[in-house]
Design a protein around this ligand. Structure first.
Ligand code: F6P
Length: 369
């Protein structure tokens, strides 16, 4: 562990989030300033697990020039994937069945062979769980918390979240006038599989009248009552923000595609269900807008960009100080280090007693309960 660092690798895993390129840029510049070389791994760990797919052998050199002018760009110059977790890699057997194998030893072997001394792994829960497993096997690893969903524990916020909230808020701002002009209900579905952070923050900021999140199973009669209450006050339109993972108290999440080996379940359709049901209950015209992947695109806000740049610089600092098996986290006022074991496999939902939910309730927003 104490051998000097000369070369590091960077990987981005899971769904992309605005700010990934800013982390890459800061990591490369800070590392280069220390005299280290940087390499980017293609598409999560695919560059290592399938080197034959890439003309450069799966990793490519990241120089100062290569990361010039990328901090404001969405996506990731490394590519990413949310399939093929190396801890549970799906392999099709000759009899047609699929079994999962652990391929992390191949990653360690690759690092040894290519003389890569450390890894900066930028990702959400899945990527940080892999990073934790690699660290336990002896690889020098620092994790960086990414996800628009903001559902990672031990960091005040993840980068990507603020950008998603800002965009969803702008969409809600725009929908007020058209909903009001037509006296409609407009349901806005946002991402958020198991945590309702985006729906909660954008819903309150954007003046939504009801907000449905996975943490609070909902009853649509309550939402309909809120719509009628507004109607009685002469406010003849209503906006309802729904997290994709929200579910009725007496039902299930809307699943587009069930989970199978190597793939998580795909959610979607809750907004449509809610709009249809509210139209039936209230007799008002309802429309649905699904923001989906629009929330993951575009330039990171200055908040996310700065957080991402701070994370990248801090990851290099952490390695230089001799840390491994940690995640850089946003504390206040400084970035701090948290053991990966305290992060891996833990999901941070919206606490029901948080003041943001209370603020919503104080503003008269209906949470469907
Ligand atoms: O990044 C997390 C997330 O945005 C979830 O909220 C969403 O369910 C998921 O990614 C969808 O990812 P994809 O369509 O890329 O599989």
């Amino acid at each position: 562990m104490s051998s000097p660092i000369r070369r590091i690798a960077i990987c981005t895993g899971g769904g992309d989030a605005p700010g990934l390129n800013a982390v890459i840029r800061a990591t490369v510049i800070a590392a280069t300033n220390l005299g280290w070389e940087c390499y980017g791994i293609h598409e999560g760990y695919n560059g290592i697990l399938f080197p034959e797919r890439y003309p450069d052998g799966g990793v490519f050199k990241l120089t100062r020039d290569r990361v010039r002018g990328i901090a404001h760009l969405g996506g990731t110059i490394l590519g990413t994937t949310n399939k093929g977790n190396p801890l549970h890699f799906p392999i099709r057997m000759p009899d047609g069945t699929v079994k999962e194998v652990d391929r992390t030893d191949e990653i360690l072997e690759f690092f040894g062979r290519r003389e890569l001394d450390a890894l900066v792994s930028i990702g959400g829960d899945g990527s940080l769980t892999i990073a934790h497993a690699l660290a336990k096997k002896g690889l020098r690893v620092v994790g960086v918390p990414k996800t628009i969903d903001n559902d990672l524990d031990k960091t005040n916020t993840t980068f990507g979240f603020d950008t998603a909230v800002a965009f969803a808020t702008e969409c809600l701002d725009r929908l007020h006038s058209t909903a009001e002009s037509h006296q409609r209900i407009i349901v806005v579905e946002v991402m958020g599989r198991y945590a309702g952070w985006i729906a909660l923050h954008a819903g309150i900021s954007g003046g939504s009248h009801s907000i449905l999140i996975p943490e609070i199973p909902f009853n649509l009669d309550k939402v309909a009552a809120k719509i009628r209450e507004r109607d009685n006050q002469g406010r003849l339109y209503s906006l309802v923000t729904v997290a994709e993972g929200a579910k009725p108290a007496d039902g299930h999440r809307a699943v587009l595609q069930a989970a199978e080996i190597g793939h998580e379940e795909r959610l979607g359709g809750e907004g449509e269900r809610v709009a249809k049901a509210l139209q039936e209950i209230t007799g008002k015209d309802a429309r649905v807008v699904v923001l989906g992947h629009l929330l993951r695109g575009g330039s990171p806000t200055s908040f996310d960009r700065l957080a991402a740049l701070r994370f990248g610089a801090a990851a290099v600092r952490a390695l230089h100080e001799g840390h491994s098996g940690i995640m850089v986290a946003l504390g206040f006022p400084n970035v701090n280090y948290v053991p990966l074991e305290e992060v891996a496999g833990r999901m941070k939902g919206v606490p029901l007693d948080c003041d943001t939910i209370q603020t919503g309730r104080d503003l008269g927003i209906c949470f469907g309960d």
